[in-house]
Design a protein around this ligand. Structure first.
Ligand SMILES: [Zn+2]
Length: 97
């Protein structure tokens, strides 16, 4: 599967401008537990922290949201602190953008 197909399957629009390529997106990795990372749209297969990632269709505003109480514990989301610190050195802004 090509990178283009992966992005389309995740409902992610293909970046066309420099600003879009630099845009932060939420990516994920599964090693049994779901962990979310942050990536630049230009390189969604790798998190800011260097972890290999997969694209998601999650809006950036969903970062940090707790998991659904009804979900089993291993499906609760974890958010990469390294990525957050790289993306927002002074803390995540309340209203991104
Ligand atoms: Zn990370």
């Amino acid at each position: 599967m090509s990178l283009f197909d992966v992005m389309m399957n995740a409902g992610t629009k293909v970046p066309t401008t420099e600003a879009e390529r630099d845009e932060l997106v939420i990516t994920e990795v599964s090693t049994g537990y779901w962990t979310y990372h942050l990536s630049r749209r230009r390189n969604i297969m790798r998190g800011l922290c260097g972890a290999p990632t997969l694209p998601t269709a999650m809006p950036l505003s969903a970062w940090g949201a707790p998991g659904d109480e009804s979900l089993p514990k291993h499906k609760h989301p974890a958010y990469c602190e390294k990525c957050a610190r790289i993306a927002w050195p002074e803390g995540k802004p309340d209203t991104p953008g």
